[in-house]
Design a protein around this ligand. Structure first.
Ligand code: FES
Length: 242
């Protein structure tokens, strides 16, 4: 079996790239014929005031300004809609780094978009916990629901760190789950209408131990957590739709 043919029952269902990953583009070759990059001249690069102030504020938090590369890129992406060459050049000018340094960061992390994208980002997690709960069909349903509408940027994603609500997705940064295929059309409708997405299925809507009032009757064991209402009436059993 070649590395291009992972031994998986899902191999025919989920697109994989040559290296076996579901993440497109990471193996795009660097252009070694380019001239070495230089730090942009701050006097010749115009940077929006808000972007400059935000990047400088992050730089001030770290002893080494390069530690602010990720938040600086997030701000640049927010300002331009994606990590365009101009966005990276502006961030590099403020940070006194080469654009290449920031490009290396932007192309490494999945949540930086290095191509123009639709305004609404939907990341459908297709990693193991979500796959076991139907994420591959969910991803296809989400692609179908968005169709070829350029406003939507639908991507599969590796574990988004919310396996407890699998299968799940991040919609413009809002975590929602557990999802079923019928939710995909509602996600599209909510986004187009400008409504909060999938109210009731957002991670933020779920009860959290941190939010529980202190007092008698609070659960002290996992068994308590699983058995629901406590003597004091606090319902700690979680949502009923799981
Ligand atoms: S596997 Fe989907 S959130 Fe972890």
């Amino acid at each position: 079996m070649s590395p291009q043919e992972p031994d998986s029952r899902l191999a025919g269902l989920v697109r994989r790239y040559g290296h076996g990953s579901r993440v497109p583009g990471w193996d795009t070759a660097a252009d070694l014929g380019k001239d070495p990059a230089v730090v942009p001249d701050p006097a010749t690069v115009e940077v929006p005031d808000e972007l400059r102030a935000g990047i400088e504020e992050f730089m001030a938090r770290y002893p080494d300004r390069r530690s602010a590369a990720i938040p600086a890129l997030m701000l640049a992406q927010r300002s331009h809609g994606w990590c365009s060459p101009l966005a990276i050049e502006q961030a590099a000018a403020v940070m006194r780094l080469t654009p290449g340094y920031l490009s290396a960061v932007a192309t490494f992390y999945d949540m930086f978009e290095t191509e123009p994208k639709g305004e609404h980002t939907v990341y459908v997690c297709t990693n193991i916990s979500c796959s076991l709960r139907g994420a591959d069909a969910l991803y296809q349903a989400m692609l179908d629901a968005a169709g070829d509408d350029p406003r939507f940027n639908v991507r599969s994603f590796e574990c988004l760190g919310a396996c407890d609500i699998a299968p799940m997705a991040s919609v413009n940064g809002e975590y929602v789950g557990p999802l079923d295929e019928a939710d995909c059309g509602r996600i599209v409708d909510d986004l187009i209408a400008g409504r909060p997405v999938l109210e009731g299925k957002r991670l933020r809507d779920r009860p959290s131990a941190i939010d529980l009032p202190m007092g008698d009757g609070l659960p002290t064991t996992g068994r308590d957590m699983a058995t629901g209402p406590t003597a004091s009436g606090n319902d700690v059993s979680g949502p009923k739709d799981m």
